[in-house]
Write a protein of this length. Structure first.
Length: 368
């Protein structure tokens, strides 16, 4: 075991080598002949960028901004209200990821409801764990709030198929699964000015890099599918600068140790069998056509909304919270008037401050 740990550390050390990083930075400095703005659309990238202090290493001409990369953050407030409505119903168990617990609804949150003893709410680490609860509590209806991009949605698809195989009739999902390309189109169509995308490595591990072809083909912008270590990020910035300088927009794979052009065919097959595209609400963007995933006809018996329709109050979002502008890359977290004042990780006003992959949470954690 120790040998395996040592080999693992050596593997990571390869991507954190100080001398190699210095060499890439020198090439970035020599190549940066103008101002560049690149957007990452993965919360894991945002966390890694600030954890490793990448912005402080780059020349002033190179600017990195965060996009809608956190699935919890872009999930609309109506979704939270629906979960709260289910939580208040007798005979229901909410099996949810921990990140959703503290997202504020109109008047409360799942965390507060659980603390007050007004709902049966359990934190799980996977949809399979939620399915296990359904097996153990056959007289209760188990609702699994399914969030996440293409990375996690195949897992939900497999779980739904397993529920049908086991003959479980008390397991349901409330889907807020989303797909990334329509949101990236919305960013570019809304007038956000960038010079290229740092594309999400985990999403592309499932989908393949081919889903990003529309970016150079339709918008003449470069993009690089990127890993999560310092050398990954620095090399991707250099690759994007080179694309801009040479006016050769394309989809490049920096994260080739994980990502291929065509992706994980097994996961994609499971996904397409269980889910179908639908319109979906994104915080900061509104409804984006074809950006969501709902259960297809053969599996709609597991759709919580169709089985148990609920009424929710009219949604009024906090106008002082600028989470939507942050998700579109219009402002940075510190530009929000509530950042670090009326909104902190201990007392969040918006979803971007709650999630560990939310831009506000990350900027607050790694602020100078």
């Amino acid at each position: 075991m120790q040998q395996d740990d040592d080999n693992g550390m050596k593997y990571f050390d390869m991507f954190r080598d100080r001398d190699l990083a210095g060499g890439i930075l020198e090439r970035i400095r020599k190549s940066a002949t103008r101002d560049y703005t690149f957007m990452e659309v993965c919360g894991g990238h945002t966390a890694a960028i600030h954890r490793f202090g990448i912005p402080s290493l780059l020349p002033d001409k190179v600017r990195l901004i965060s996009g809608p990369g956190c699935p919890v953050c872009v999930t609309g407030p109506d979704f939270i209200e629906k979960i709260l409505a289910f939580a208040s119903m007798k005979g229901f168990i909410i099996a949810t990821f921990g990140d959703l617990m503290r997202i504020p609804g109109m008047t409360t949150s799942l965390e507060k409801v659980k603390a007050e003893g007004n709902g049966n709410i359990r934190v799980v680490y996977s949809s399979l764990e939620a399915l296990e609860i359904a097996e153990n509590y056959p007289s209760s209806n188990i609702i699994f709030p399914a969030i996440g991009f293409e990375t996690t949605s195949p897992g939900t698809a497999v779980t739904v198929k397993l529920a049908r195989k086991k003959g479980l009739r008390n397991f349901f999902i409330l889907s807020s699964h989303k797909v990334m390309p329509p949101a990236m189109k919305a960013i570019l169509s809304s007038g956000t000015i960038i010079d290229g995308f740092i594309c999400p490595g985990h999403v592309a591990a499932i989908t393949g890099s081919s889903i990003f072809r529309f970016i150079p083909e339709e918008y003449s912008l470069g993009c690089v599918v990127t890993g999560f270590e310092p050398l990954d990020l620095l090399l991707s910035v250099f690759m994007l600068i080179e694309q801009v300088n040479m006016n050769t927009a394309s989809v490049q794979i920096q994260y080739s140790r994980v990502v291929t052009e065509n992706g994980n065919e097994i996961a994609l097959r499971e996904l397409s069998e269980v889910f179908e595209p639908c319109d979906s609400y994104w915080r900061g963007f509104g409804n984006i056509a074809g950006s969501g995933l709902r259960l297809s006809y053969p599996y709609e018996d597991y759709d919580a909304e169709k089985r148990f329709p609920v009424d929710i109050p009219e949604i009024k979002e906090n106008s002082s919270c600028k989470c939507g502008d942050i998700l579109r890359g219009i402002i940075k977290p510190e530009d929000c008037p509530m950042f670090g004042r009326g909104c902190t990780p201990e007392n969040p006003a918006g979803a971007c401050m709650v999630s560990a992959e939310g831009a506000c949470n990350i900027y607050y954690k790694y602020r100078k």
